[in-house]
Ligand binder design. Structure first.
Ligand code: ADP
Length: 396
């Protein structure tokens, strides 16, 4: 089956055309700067990146550019639109309503609109992507795959905040969690790799990228996660603070005379690794200065400690941990961080094979010693493939 995976952002439209049986990407690309000086890039059959300027004023025009490229005779990706069996959309927020991926109809569209209140930067462009597909491919089935859905199995004790209960009832203020597609994918791949059934599998999944979140997986289901009502909560991220004392917000608003938007910008865009180090949100730039710049060193240490706190908390929550899984940009590529996160845990049966860890990058691997009771795994994530597979499973 060929599934077109769409990830529509405010000014971009990313896509992959995936053959689900072979789990093969036929082509992928992105239209960027939609509404401005739009640019299109895609990979051709030989894997070369082809770039061009295009005049895409909105998401529908951007999608037309994508479709033209898919149908282009020279590219030879598909010969007719009928070859696209379904479209899978990444949708960030599904509120409490969606605990799995669904076929998109009028009712689903209304709900995605409704949850824009909870994800104002993401749900509206996600919806524009859906509407563009409806316009251009009206007969093709479309599926919504929500970032929040995998975490809908969390118990109340994990998702409720200890603030007045009425605020949960009035505004839906609770932990939702994000990166669900990635946590689900790496859980599935890790269980396969270890030869255990998902239903019997307990794990701590560490998605460490520019945005990061950690999840506790019990019997294959998410029972807790570090991101909360929004993606701001949890571990230290590229530009997000992660969890801080909420009183800092009021203190700063008063002292610096900040508006809610200004403090929101500080915590989401100027904090985290960038704010601490003053160098960059990219860990590679920070590592480059770790020996001479004390702020680089402290940024790395605070990052590692923030991850360790969740690992510790979830070990207690799960009781038995079959695997600790590292994924995403940092988790897949930075051995220092993986080592720092599981250092000194021998007493808990978590033993890293340091040499193997240092030598491994970006590929599925067991990084623990034979004696380790808890496996330490590197599992590269693939959110697009997960969306394609979910889409296939939904349309049957
Ligand atoms: P996003 O959350 O935007 O998808 P990524 O998963 O790509 O981000 O993660 C970005 C982070 O991963 C950066 O801090 C970067 O330093 C790190 N990273 C990404 N690729 C590599 C790499 N090849 N080697 C080392 N670090 C990497």
């Amino acid at each position: 089956m060929k599934v077109l995976v769409i990830n529509a952002g405010s000014s971009s439209l990313k896509y992959q055309l995936i053959e689900t049986e072979r789990e093969e990407v036929i082509t992928k690309g992105i239209v960027e700067k939609i509404g401005g000086d739009a640019e299109f890039s895609f990979t051709d059959r030989s894997g070369n990146k082809i770039k061009s300027k295009v005049g895409a004023k909105n998401h529908t025009e951007a999608l037309k550019v994508v479709i033209d490229s898919l149908l282009d005779k020279e590219n030879n990706f598909i010969t007719s639109l009928k070859e696209i069996d379904a479209i899978g959309h990444r949708v960030v927020h599904g509120g409490e309503e969606f605990f799995k991926s669904v076929l998109i109809d009028e009712k689903v569209i209304k709900s995605i609109e409704k949850y824009a209140e909870l994800a104002p930067l993401h749900n509206p462009p996600n919806l524009q992507g859906i509407l563009a597909c409806r316009e251009i491919l009206p007969d093709t089935k479309q599926v919504a795959v929500f970032d929040t859905a995998f975490h809908q199995t969390m118990p109340e004790s994990s998702y409720m905040y200890a603030i007045p209960y009425e605020l949960y009832q009035k505004y839906g203020i609770r932990r939702y969690g994000f990166h669900g597609t990635s946590h689900r994918y790496v859980t599935m791949k890790a269980a396969e790799f270890l030869g255990v059934k998902s239903e019997d599998f307990n794990a701590i999944t560490c998605h460490l990228g520019n945005g990061s979140s950690i999840a506790a997986i019990k019997n294959g289901k998410s029972v807790d996660t570090s991101m909360g009502f929004t993606p701001l909560e949890g571990v230290v991220m590229g530009t997000r603070s992660g969890s801080i004392d909420p009183a800092i917000i009021f203190f700063l608003m008063e002292k610096e005379n900040l508006s809610p938007k200004e403090i929101n910008d500080i915590l989401n865009k100027k904090s985290g690794l960038l704010g601490l180090s003053g160098i960059s949100n990219d860990l590679r730039d920070i590592f480059a200065q770790k020996d001479e710049n004390p702020r680089a060193k402290v940024a790395i240490e605070v990052l590692i400690k923030s991850i360790r706190k969740y690992i510790g908390a979830y070990m207690v929550e799960l009781g038995r941990v079959d695997a600790i899984i590292f994924t995403a940009g940092i988790g897949e590529n930075e051995w220092h961080i993986r080592e720092g996160c599981v250092e000194g845990l021998q007493g808990y049966g978590i033993i890293l094979d340091k040499e193997k860890n240092r030598a491994t990058k970006g590929k599925l691997a067991d990084l623990s010693t034979k004696e380790s009771k808890t496996k330490i795994l590197l599992v590269p994530t693939n959110e697009e493939l997960m969306i394609a597979l979910e889409t296939k499973w939904v349309i049957g």
